[in-house]
Design a protein around this ligand. Structure first.
Ligand SMILES: Nc1nc2c(ncn2[C@@H]2O[C@H](COP(=O)(O)OP(=O)(O)O)[C@@H](O)[C@H]2O)c(=O)[nH]1
Ligand SMILES: [Mg+2]
Length: 249
C-alpha cells in the first residue's frame, strides 16, 4: 500500500511501463479512419498521375515547419515567368498567418483552418488542391507539394493524406528525448529533420542522444540536421526530396 500519502491505493511501481518498441495505434474511431484512408488513396492516385512529390510535414507547434518552407522556397527559386516548383497546403486551428508568410516568400500557398481538429484529413487536402487549382496551380506543373500539418506530435500521425513522403521535424529546442516520448509519429517517418540546428549549442542539445533516440524508434528513416536560419542542411534536404538545386537544373 502507498506509504507516502495514505491514499489507500496500491503503491505505484517505480518504472510503470517500458518504452514502446513498436507504436500502438491510437484508439480512434475505425470508420473515421477508413473513410480517411479511402480519400487518401484517391489523392495518392492523383499525385502519382501528376508526377508530383508530396510531403506530409509533421511536428510540434513552433518547431520550424513554416520557416523551413520559406527557406526552402528561397533556395529552390523559380525562373522568372516559369511555373512554380513548390506549393504548400498549410493547416492550423485558426488564422491564415502561415499561408500569408509563405505567399510573402513567393510560395503558392493555401490555408486550411481546422477549428477544433488537431490534424488534417484527406478531404481537407483535396479541398486544398482544389483551391490551389483556382489559383492557377496545376498539380502536374509542380515538383513538390508540401502539406504542413497542424502542429501536434500525436493525432496527425494516424491520418494518411496520400503523401509519398512523411517528414517529421524535431527541433533542438524541444529536447532530444521527444522521439522516445512520441514514438508513433517518428516511427512513421521516411525522413526526420533535426531543425534549428543553429541553436544546438546554445540550448545544450545532445546530438548523440537525439540520433540514438531517432534510430531506436525510426531505424529506417533518413536523418538530416537543418537550419532555416543559417541554411545548413538545405541542399541535403533538397537532394533527399529528389529535387534539383537551381544551379544544376
Ligand atoms: N534560430 C532558429 N529559429 C528558427 C528556425 N526555424 C524557425 N525558427 C523560429 O521558430 C519559431 C517558430 O517557427 P515556425 O516556422 O512558425 O514553426 P511552425 O509552427 O513549426 O511552423 C519562429 O520564431 C521562427 O523564427 C531555425 O532554423 N533557427
Ligand atoms: Mg507553421
Amino acid at each position: 500500500m502507498c506509504r507516502d500519502c495514505s491514499c489507500g491505493q496500491p503503491a505505484p511501481e517505480s518504472n510503470p511501463e517500458p518504452l514502446p518498441e513498436q507504436p500502438r495505434r491510437l484508439p480512434l474511431h475505425t470508420a473515421l479512419l477508413q473513410r480517411n484512408d479511402a480519400g487518401a488513396a484517391a489523392l495518392r492516385q492523383r499525385f502519382t498521375a501528376a508526377g508530383v512529390t508530396v510531403v506530409n510535414l509533421l511536428s510540434s507547434p513552433g518547431s520550424g515547419k513554416t520557416a523551413l518552407l520559406e527557406a526552402l522556397a528561397q533556395r529552390l527559386g523559380s525562373a522568372e515567368g516559369a511555373a512554380p516548383r513548390l506549393a504548400v497546403i498549410v493547416g492550423d486551428l485558426a488564422t491564415d498567418n502561415d499561408a500569408r508568410r509563405l505567399q510573402a516568400a513567393g510560395v503558392q500557398a493555401v490555408q486550411i483552418t481546422t477549428g477544433q481538429a488537431c490534424h488534417l484529413e484527406a478531404p481537407m487536402v483535396a479541398e486544398g488542391v482544389h483551391r490551389l487549382s483556382h489559383q492557377g496551380v496545376a498539380l502536374g506543373q509542380l515538383e513538390l507539394l508540401v502539406i504542413e500539418n497542424v502542429g501536434n506530435l500525436v493525432c496527425p500521425g494516424a491520418y494518411d493524406l496520400g503523401e509519398g513522403l512523411r517528414v517529421v521535424l524535431l527541433s533542438t529546442t524541444e529536447g532530444e528525448d521527444k522521439p522516445l516520448k512520441y514514438a508513433p509519429i517518428f516511427h512513421g517517418a521516411d525522413l526526420v529533420l533535426i531543425s534549428k540546428i543553429d541553436l544546438a549549442e546554445a540550448v545544450g542539445f545532445d546530438r548523440a542522444a537525439a540520433h540514438a533516440a531517432i534510430a531506436r524508434v525510426a531505424p529506417h528513416a533518413q536523418v538530416l540536421e537543418v537550419s532555416a536560419r543559417s541554411g545548413a542542411g538545405l541542399d541535403a534536404l533538397i537532394a533527399a526530396l529528389g529535387l534539383a538545386t537551381p544551379a544544376v537544373r
